[in-house]
Design a protein around this ligand. Structure first.
Ligand SMILES: [Zn+2]
Length: 107
C-alpha cells in the first residue's frame, strides 16, 4: 500500500514515510519520485488535537485522584498516556488522511 504524491500523482510514499512527513505546519518530506515537499493534511491536525485534549483530561484526572503517596504510580501513568498519544498520532498519519503540499514552502 502506498500513498499518492500531491505534486506528481505517483504512488511514492510508504505509510512510514507518510507518518514521518509531519503535519501541515511542518516543512514536510520530499517526494522520492519528484523531490517536491509533501506533508500530512488537516485530518492529522484534527486528530492530534483530539488526542491531546483526551490526554490532558486523563492527566488531570490522575493528578487529582492520586495522592502524594502514589506519586510514583501517577507519574508512570502520565508518562504512559503521553507515550500512547504520540504513538496514536503516528499510527493515524501512517494509515489515515492524505498527503498535501505544505504551507511553508522552500524558496
Ligand atoms: Zn512527487
Amino acid at each position: 500500500m502506498k500513498y499518492t504524491c500531491p505534486h506528481c500523482g505517483e504512488k511514492a510514499f510508504t505509510p512510514l514515510q507518510k507518518a514521518l512527513a509531519g503535519s501541515y505546519r511542518s516543512m514536510g518530506k520530499p517526494c522520492p519520485h519528484c523531490g517536491k515537499r509533501c506533508c500530512n493534511g488537516m485530518a492529522s491536525i484534527y486528530f492530534d488535537s483530539i488526542v491531546s485534549v483526551i490526554a490532558f483530561v486523563l492527566i488531570m484526572i490522575i493528578y487529582f485522584k492520586f495522592d502524594a503517596s502514589q506519586k510514583m504510580q501517577s507519574s508512570i501513568l502520565i508518562t504512559a498516556i503521553i507515550g500512547i498519544s504520540i504513538v496514536l498520532s503516528f499510527v493515524f498519519r501512517m494509515f489515515f488522511g492524505k498527503l498535501v503540499e505544505p504551507i511553508r514552502r522552500m524558496q
